[in-house]
Ligand binder design. Structure first.
Ligand code: PA5
Length: 446
């Protein structure tokens, strides 16, 4: 089971940059109030916490069909509709396309070159396309869907609809309408589930089944984590503690960078997924902390210097793994070389763990707050647990901050300018605004 060690956040351990028990206790009443809001599902968007109890029969059936029928699985989606599936893929089936079929491609951007590369290596007649969009109206996903639909029609003619699975709102939106008009297979994303909280819905679970991961294990891990994070006492609830500690560290506005550094390549994309969850949920009304995705040991040789001696603006959260599921003993070669022979006979897992612990300690010794999440292994059960843990922690932190962690009003303006530029009806004024801004910018160009 997951543990959270926050010794290196405490004044008694790291000195004046740390916090004391009283400050944490001071948050108890507020935390209890938020706890009631969460447990009572007082906001419809808390529906993500009910996903672990979901029935996966349809998803498993569809996953089986894809495994049988397809050489390739092409996922179209962006933001929460792609980051969670990618985190599952990279954690649970690394180097997937070199080892297994169906090969998986995630097209989450509208970079034309990427699409050309994908289309040059997939045979569309043997490809299932999973188009994912909760709203059904996201421009990037709509554009790639329209292109793929057209390409698929050229490839398989009247059978095109059979090659698509649409994952979207159960009743409304353009994607739902197109899917039902053309008779595509569909999976629903529950009404109250927002994109970045949707990884444990069909958004992530179908991909899990396609790559041979039992979606029930992901949900079981999430359900057990939900139980663990249902403790009303702040000090016994790891998700609330993570949120509270980050909130308190950020309270005076000094520590505004939130680094997440798992010591596992497979969790690199969990960091990316977490960054979106944290940024879009909490960055509003001038509040929030900038998340920073990292991976250990790699970023010790890239970022650690900055964390040690740069601005005092960070909190670092390590993720430590007990069992990697593989190991190598470093052989007794080059014995005459003093600089490397200390490694002989040691295991790689010892080295990576020693480096993680050393980084924690080095930061703590300089008074830099850090904490450690520890998990037994990287498998579907524990990954499901991590998803649920971070989702609860993020929602809790948003409610502590007094903001709505489930909306993203800040992205609307940019979308509207794009609509204007792309000629969407009703956005003519936005287009004029862009044209005027272009003229104003011109004199500053060198
Ligand atoms: O978290 C969110 O709601 C967003 O990041 C969405 O996931 C993203 O904008 C994609 O939206 P949709 O799934 O509606 O296409």
């Amino acid at each position: 089971m997951l543990t959270l060690n926050f010794a290196n956040m405490m004044e008694k351990v790291i000195g004046p940059n740390g916090m004391n028990e009283k400050t944490i206790e001071g948050l108890s009443l507020k935390a209890a109030e938020i706890h009631r809001e969460i447990i009572g599902r007082r906001r419809p968007e808390l529906e993500f916490m009910d996903l672990p109890g979901g029935d996966t029969t349809d998803i498993r059936k569809l996953g089986g069909e894809v495994r049988q029928e397809s050489e390739n699985f092409l996922l179209l989606g962006i933001g929460g509709s792609a980051l969670g599936p990618r985190a599952i893929l990279e954690a649970l089936s690394p180097y997937h396309n070199l080892r297994k079929t169906p090969r998986v491609f995630i097209y989450d951007n509208v970079d034309p070159l990427t699409l050309r590369h994908i289309l040059s290596v997939v045979d569309l007649t043997k490809t299932t396309v999973n188009v994912i969009s909760k709203s059904g109206s996201t421009a990037e996903t709509a554009a790639s869907f329209m292109i793929l639909w057209d390409e698929m029609k050229k490839a398989v003619g009247a059978d095109a609809a059979k090659m698509f699975i649409a994952t979207t709102d159960p009743a409304s939106g353009n994607l739902r309408k197109i899917a039902s008009d053309f008779g595509m297979r569909t999976l629903p994303i529950g009404k109250g589930i927002g994109g970045r909280y949707s990884v444990l819905s069909p958004v992530g679970l179908l991909l899990a089944e396609v790559i041979g991961v039992d979606s029930r294990e992901l949900l079981k891990g999430a359900a057990d984590m939900r139980l663990r994070c249902a403790a009303d006492e702040l000090l016994k609830n790891p998700a609330y503690m993570l949120g509270s500690l980050l909130y308190l560290m950020n309270a005076d506005g000094k520590r505004n960078v939130n680094v997440l550094i798992p010591y596992a390549d497979g969790l690199k994309f969990l960091s990316e997924w977490f960054c979106q969850l944290w940024s879009e949920s909490l960055g509003k009304e001038g509040k929030g902390m900038t998340p920073y995705p990292s991976v250990g040991t790699t970023d010790q040789h890239s970022q650690l210097q900055l964390w040690m001696e740069g601005p005092e603006d960070k909190v670092v959260t390590f993720i430590r793994i007990d069992e990697y599921g593989a190991d190598y003993t470093i052989p007794g070669v080059f014995e005459e070389v003093e600089g490397t022979n200390y490694l002989s006979g040691r295991r790689l897992s010892e080295l990576i763990k020693a480096e993680e612990e050393s980084s924690e300690l080095a930061l703590a010794k300089r008074g830099h707050p850090n904490m450690t999440i520890q998990i037994p292994s990287i498998d579907a059960y524990h990954l499901g647990g991590l998803f649920q843990f971070f989702e609860i922690a993020t929602a809790f932190t948003g409610l502590l901050l007094g903001i709505n962690p489930f909306n993203q009003p800040g992205v609307e303006e940019g979308k509207n300018f794009t609509y204007g530029m792309m000629g969407k009806k009703g956005f003519e004024a936005k287009r004029e605004e862009v044209e005027k801004a272009r003229e104003d910018k011109a004199c500053w160009q060198i």
